[in-house]
Design a protein around this ligand. Structure first.
Ligand code: ZN
Length: 316
C-alpha cells in the first residue's frame, strides 16, 4: 500500500517560499491589495504636516512603554492556556494575513465595547480587547474584530492608529504626561488624523472580513457597537437599523447629504457589504469564487466606499 504521507511536501524551504509568494501576490506597491486607497494617500499627507514627527516621537517614547506596563499589570494575557479560543482566533487571523502573532490582552472595561492594536516599530504588536466586547460578541464577531486589529498591524498603521484611539476613544488619555503631549497636536493635525482614521477603519474592516471569509460578522458587530451590545439576548436587526437611517430619504435631503447624517457604524456596514463583491476579497478566497461572478475591481470598490467615508463626521 502506498504511504499517503510520502506525497506531503515537508520541505521548510518550500513552505517559506510558497508562503512568501502567496503573501507577495497580495501586496501592491508595498501595501496589502485590500487596503482602501485613501488610507495610504492620507497617511502620506499627514507626514508632510510640519510638527507631526515631533508629536509622534514624543508619544512613542513616552506613552507606549507606560501603556505596555499598564496592560501587563492590569490586563490578562491571552495564551494557549488562557482564553484558548481567543488565542486560536488570533493565530488564524495572523496566519491568514501573513503577519507575526500579536500578543493579545483582555482588559477589564465594563460597558465599553472597544478593541485596539498597538503596533509600534521595534516592539512586538499588541492587541487589546475590552472585556465587554469579548463578553457581548459571538465567536465569529470577535474573530472579525481580531482580524480587524491584525489589519492595523498588517498595514503598518502603528503610531497613527494609536493617536486615533487616543483622540476618538480616549485610550490612555488619563496616563500621566499624555495630556501635555496631546496639546502639541494642532487642530489641522487632529483633523488630518481623524480623517485618515476613518479611511484606515475601512481597510481594517476588510482585513476582518478576509479573516472570517464573510462580511456578516463584521456587519453584526457594527450593529452591536451601534446599540451597545445588549446583554439581554435581544439581537440587533441590521436591516432595520439601515432602514432607520434610510428613512431620512423621505425628507427633502439629497442622497449624499443623507449618507453624511449616518453614524460611522452604519456607513461601515454599507462599506463592508460592498467588499464581499470585489476582486480583492476573492483574491484571498479563490475557493469561494464561482464562474460568471460580476465583481468590482479595486478601483470600483474604493470609489463606491469613498462616498461613505469622505462625508464621515463622527469617530469610530
Ligand atoms: Zn480599527
Amino acid at each position: 500500500m502506498k504511504n499517503p504521507t510520502q506525497e506531503i511536501n515537508i520541505s521548510f524551504d518550500d513552505y517559506v517560499r510558497e508562503r512568501t509568494e502567496r503573501i507577495g501576490r497580495r501586496m501592491e506597491g508595498g501595501v496589502p491589495n485590500y487596503a482602501f486607497a485613501s488610507d495610504y494617500a492620507l497617511r502620506q499627507k499627514i507626514n508632510q504636516i510640519p510638527g507631526v514627527f515631533t508629536v509622534f516621537k514624543a508619544l512613542t517614547s513616552h506613552m507606549v512603554p507606560v501603556m505596555r506596563q499598564k496592560f501587563m499589570r492590569e490586563a490578562t494575557r491571552v495564551t494557549p492556556n488562557q482564553f484558548p479560543k481567543i488565542f486560536a482566533m488570533t493565530k488564524d487571523c495572523s496566519e491568514m494575513l501573513g503577519i507575526g502573532l500579536p500578543t493579545v490582552y483582555v482588559q477589564p472595561e465594563i460597558g465599553q465595547l472597544n478593541a485596539f492594536a498597538m503596533a509600534i516599530e521595534d516592539s512586538e504588536p499588541l492587541v487589546i480587547l475590552y472585556s465587554s466586547l469579548v463578553e457581548r460578541t459571538t465567536d465569529q464577531e470577535l474573530k472579525a474584530v481580531i482580524g480587524h486589529e491584525c489589519g492595523h498591524v498588517h498595514n503598518n498603521h502603528g503610531i497613527y492608529n494609536l493617536i486615533v484611539e487616543i483622540l476618538v476613544n480616549g485610550v490612555g488619555v488619563n496616563l500621566p504626561g499624555v495630556g501635555d503631549i496631546l496639546r502639541l497636536l494642532t487642530a489641522p493635525i487632529q483633523i488630518a488624523i481623524r480623517t485618515w482614521g476613518r479611511a484606515a477603519e475601512i481597510t481594517c474592516d476588510r482585513a476582518g472580513i478576509i479573516c472570517c471569509g464573510e462580511a456578516d460578522s463584521t456587519i453584526s458587530v457594527h450593529g452591536k457597537f451601534q446599540s451597545g451590545g445588549l446583554l439581554s439576548g435581544q439581537a440587533i436587526n441590521v436591516d432595520e437599523l439601515l432602514t432607520q437611517y434610510e428613512a431620512m430619504r423621505e425628507t427633502p435631503v439629497r442622497l449624499q447629504e443623507l449618507v453624511s447624517t449616518h453614524p460611522a457604524g452604519v456607513r461601515r456596514i454599507l462599506a463592508a457589504r460592498e467588499f464581499v463583491h470585489s476582486e480583492p476579497f476573492y483574491s484571498w478566497h479563490p475557493e469561494m469564487k464561482t464562474p460568471g461572478m460580476r465583481l468590482y475591481t479595486k478601483e470600483e470598490l474604493d470609489s463606491r466606499c469613498k462616498r461613505y467615508v469622505d462625508v464621515m463626521k463622527g469617530g469610530k
